[in-house]
Write a protein that binds this ligand. Structure first.
Ligand code: 5MM
Length: 349
């Protein structure tokens, strides 16, 4: 069924549509190297056709796409790709009522002079690339900066210079997007890698976000026409002590409240390597607490796709099972965006 909804026009309206109540974003913008790693895990060779088949399967999951997915972040290859029957993938997304978006960064590269740190590249010719993507249907874009905390007890990284360099690039990207009529998703990811505790993550996330918003304001970015995509405040993957759901929710909201102006319409978290259920539970706990100045939702890659990839396994005969898995995670995260997810709903579906 084709969903006929009036497409939002202004930056503010597009940003609000991206974080519409009970909806969130599917991050399907894995670069060629990343999607190959995902396909390796399911013994599937990554080719133009398998990548197309996999993504077409997701975008044709109408229960999820019409129900809980407000927008899809695409990779350069995918925004130009056609489904098996010749329909542009962008059109399939639009017909479901979701907005197409595009990853425009060119990846995190070694930051010269700062061992172990990276800066995200991609500003060269960005204005021209954005114009071309807008013509292909992109309504929003995404740029991911990566901040590594390093090992526990190591206070040498992240350096302030790394935070500044990444935030400066994010702000320049955001300003260029808005000039082109595209809503920027601003993604400063403090990595979950390492053995740091939750409080160290809180400290680094707060430093990163407070500097980021000063930079965005200096670059005259209109905050009402942006969506922030941060990490949650969480202990590193290798930390001995894991924080509970409520602690993650409370510390994440505390850092956001200190740093993110209320003019930002919505915050769509990345999942960052959390388990599918943890990513859902944390989001739901934050929304259940209520009284927030911005909408809180998801912009998950792995936590929305991992179960579907496993069910699909590269085999066309598994398409329906993979779509069920994707629809289920989308439904659970849609409930979490409303603060209404419960653990027992995981097994009912
Ligand atoms: C889907 O993955 C995105 C692209 O990653 P690469 O450029 O490394 O291929 C990634 O930026 C993603 O959108 C975010 O990290 C959020 O994804 P997760 O899996 O952390 O929710």
């Amino acid at each position: 069924m084709v969903v006929m909804t009036k497409s939002p026009q202004t930056l503010e309206d597009v940003a609000m549509a991206m974080v519409a109540p009970g909806k969130g974003i599917l991050a399907a913008d894995e670069s060629s190297g990343t999607i190959k790693k995902r396909f390796d895990k399911i013994n599937t060779v990554s080719t133009d056709d398998t990548r197309r088949d996999y993504r077409e399967m997701l975008f044709r999951t109408s229960a999820a796409m019409r129900g809980q997915i407000s927008g899809v972040i695409l990779y350069d290859e995918t925004i130009k790709q056609k489904a098996k029957d010749g329909t542009p993938l962008v059109q399939i997304i639009e017909q479901s009522g979701a907005l197409p978006g595009i990853k425009v960064d060119e990846g995190a590269k070694a930051l010269a002079g700062f061992p172990g740190e990276t800066v995200t590249e991609g500003l060269d010719k960005l204005r021209e690339r954005l114009t071309a993507y807008r013509e292909l249907g992109a309504r929003f874009a995404k740029w991911r900066a990566v901040i590594d905390i390093g090992r526990k007890g190591d206070r040498t990284i992240p350096t302030l210079y790394c935070i500044k360099a990444n935030n400066h690039a994010l702000a320049r990207y955001a300003a260029l997007c808005q000039e082109t009529g595209i809503v920027p998703i601003i993604e400063p990811e403090v990595l979950m890698d390492g053995d740091h505790d939750i409080d160290r993550c809180a400290e680094v996330t707060e430093a990163t976000l407070s500097h980021l918003f000063a930079e965005l304001i200096q670059h005259r970015v209109k905050l009402e026409g942006t969506v922030l995509k941060p990490n949650m405040v969480i202990a590193g993957k290798l930390a001995g002590k894991r924080a509970g759901i409520e602690e993650v929710a409370e510390k994440t909201v505390r850092v956001l409240a200190r740093t993110v102006p209320a003019a930002v319409p919505g915050i769509a978290f990345l999942s960052g390597g959390q388990s599918d259920e943890d990513a859902t539970a944390h989001l739901s706990a934050m929304n259940a607490a209520g009284n927030l100045p911005w909408r809180l939702t998801f912009s998950y890659g792995r936590a929305l796709q991992a179960a579907a990839q496993k069910a699909w396994g590269g085999k066309p005969e598994n398409t329906a099972a993979a779509q069920r898995a994707f629809a289920h995670r989308a439904k659970m995260n849609g409930l979490a965006a409303a603060g209404k997810w419960k653990q027992d709903l995981e097994t009912v579906a």
